[in-house]
Structure formats: C-alpha cells, structure tokens
Write a protein that binds this ligand. Structure first.
Ligand code: PHE
Length: 352
C-alpha cells in the first residue's frame, strides 16, 4: 500500500513533509485527530532506512497520541513529528531552527516537545523560533522525561498489585536506559526492585550498573532475561512473534510508544498469560506535563495527575481479566468511546 493510503486508512487529518535545502532538514509532521483539541506530541529524531519508514513511524506515533490524550483526559489531539537522521551526528542547530520555524508556520495546530533523540536542550533551541514547543525551560520544576518515568513506575506498581506482589519483590528487565529508562531505573532501584538492563550505548547501561547495581545484558538477550516485568523503554514494535515466545516475565510495562508490532501481538501476550499494560496508558506522564507548563496545575497537582496512571492501568487490567480479553482491547474501547462522545458533543453544538 502506498504510504498516504495508510494515512487515509488510519484516519489522519494531515501529513506534512518538510525539506529544507539550506540546513538539510528532513522531517515529517503527522496530525492524526484533533477532536479533543489541537494536536500535541513530541518530536523524535532517528535514522530510518527509508522515507516511508519515517512517515509510517510518524503515522503510528501520532495515532498513539490521540489515544493517549483520550485515556489521560487531556484536551489535546494526536500529533507527532520525526526528524530523519542520527541525533549524535546529524543534529545541527541550523536544522533544529529550520524545524522550529516550520512548526511556527503551522500556527498552533501542532504543539511539540522532546521525545526519543530530542532533549530539553534541543527544545530550548527550538523555543527561540516557535511558541509551540514545551519543556524548553531548564529552570522549570518539572521534567517531561521524569514525569513519564513516574507514570510508568506507578503503572508497574499497580500491575504488581494486580498480580498480588510488590515493587520491592520484583526483578525488572529494562530495555533502554535513555532519557526515560534511566530515570525509571533510578526510581525502581529506590523502591527496592532488582534490575537487569541493556542499552545500545554501553556507557548508559554501565551507569545504571554502577548507580543501581543492575545486571547488564546484551541488547539481543534482554528478551530472555529472567524477570517478573519486562519494561520496553526504547524503540517500538518490540513485542512480536519472534520476541513474545522468549519472554519470561509475568507482565510487560514500559514507556516505549507503539510496543506491539501488530494488534495480534496483544492477543499473543494474552494467550501466553503475560499481562500487558497498554503503552499509551502507562506512558502519558510526558503529555500530562503540558498541564503544568500551561499553568493549569501546580507541581503537586501534576504529580497527582501522573500518579493516577497507576490505578487507571489496574482498572483496565481488572476489566480485561473479568472479560478474559487482552488489556489493549479494553483501553482501545475506552479511547474510541471518548472520541465518539466528543465528536457527538461537537456536532450538537450550534455553529458559531
Ligand atoms: N513525547 C511525549 C510522548 O511521547 C509527549 C510530549 C508531548 C512531550 C508534547 C512534550 C510535549 O508521549
């Protein structure tokens, strides 16, 4: 299928391809659905084998943001951007500026912030050229990566309670200890959990070994790790027909977006008796942090909103168990229902 037919199938409102001759910027902005508000989603930077892979990633990730906002009761729609290139080699100031100017020209239809490969310092560079970027203030009391980690920690805590156990009795295998994974590792360690970690960058895994006593394994071996919880915190599509049979965990809970390679992989986990906390429910902390940045809640308020992710995950796991359905089916239903109700309310409103 041609890539824009995929966008049509998935229901995207708009897809923008950016090319800037002077800086060499190549990027894609995908706006999935703005029923609940203007699109919000981070900007990711990574190497993609082809342009189609980049567009497909933006399409999938922006749809996940629509669902994430619906479950977290955020007044935002689903959007996401990807910048093509290796963040370690290709991330020039000129490109970030060209990208930020393009976001500004979109006039607020898309609001962005950090994501994989783009950190708060990059957001600060962008913020000089667009109002529509968040988490650019290093002085701010809240850090989007840390709030994401807090939400995932609470999701793990409540998944453990659902399974009849506690954080301090768990061994957690973390795939990726970057911006979010590192902060999650620190918090899990503080809560008494044992850790097994891997990262494509050896130094990052080594740091968690030093600071948290984690066992380090090669990134190909993390699926075979002996653990209670497998926690993907890096790339998407890591739960698939090849990896699921290898998992030894009782549950999968992590910050990575789009963890299932296909929806059938959610069924596959369910058949294996492995509990999966739907990714877009568990990892909503970063999105929720926009409420603090917009001055709608204070520091305590934002932590309260993020901690609510834990009980929400547990409720979904409980209703999934009651109906003997995979948890992703329950979460998707809630998202569809909220979007349907919002569309109906919008239609009922008299035209301005
Ligand atoms: N990148 C975060 C995510 O994937 C969300 C985010 C949105 C962060 C907007 C900052 C600004 O959920």
């Amino acid at each position: 299928m041609r890539i824009l037919d995929v966008a049509h199938e998935m229901g995207h409102e708009e897809v923008v391809v950016l090319h800037d001759q002077a800086s060499g910027l190549r990027a894609v902005v995908a706006i999935h659905d703005t029923t609940l508000g203007p699109a919000a989603g981070g900007t990711r930077m990574r190497l993609y084998p082809t342009m189609d892979d980049a567009v497909l990633d933006a399409l999938r990730l922006s749809r996940a943001m629509t669902y994430k906002a619906a479950l977290a009761e955020m007044p935002t729609g689903g959007g996401k951007a990807v910048i093509l290139g290796d963040p370690a080699r290709d991330k020039t100031r000129q490109r970030l500026v060209a990208y930020a100017k393009a976001v500004e020209r979109m006039g607020g239809r898309f609001h962005t912030g950090p994501d994989m490969g783009i950190d708060a310092r990059d957001a600060a560079v962008m913020a000089r050229h667009t109002k529509h970027v968040s988490h650019a203030n290093p002085q701010s009391g809240v850090d989007t990566a840390d709030l994401t980690a807090v939400g995932v920690l609470e999701a793990i805590r409540h998944t453990a309670l659902f399974l009849g156990t506690e954080l301090r009795d768990l061994r957690v295998a973390l795939q990726g200890v970057g911006q979010v994974g590192y902060r999650l590792a620190k918090r899990l360690h503080a809560a008494g959990a044992k850790l097994t970690v891997c990262d494509r960058e050896e130094a990052r895994a080594g740091r968690v070994a030093d600071e948290c006593g984690a066992e380090v394994v090669g990134h190909e071996n993390i699926y075979d790790a002996d653990c209670d919880v497998f926690s993907p915190n890096a790339a998407g599509a890591v739960l698939n027909s090849e990896t699921i049979p290898r998992l030894r965990a009782k549950a999968v809970v992590g910050a990575a977006n789009e963890q299932l390679s296909t929806p059938e992989d959610g069924d596959r986990l369910h058949e294996r008796g492995i509990v999966w906390a739907p990714d877009y429910v568990a990892n909503a902390g970063g999105l929720l942090s926009l409420l603090h940045e917009r001055g709608e809640v204070d520091e305590d308020g934002i932590h309260e909103r993020v901690r609510a992710i834990g009980p929400r995950v547990r409720e979904i796991l409980e209703s999934a168990a009651d109906d003997d359905l995979p948890p992703h089916v329950i979460a998707d239903r809630i998202a569809h229902e909220r979007l349907r109700a919002a569309r109906e309310a919008r239609r009922a409103r008299p035209p301005a």
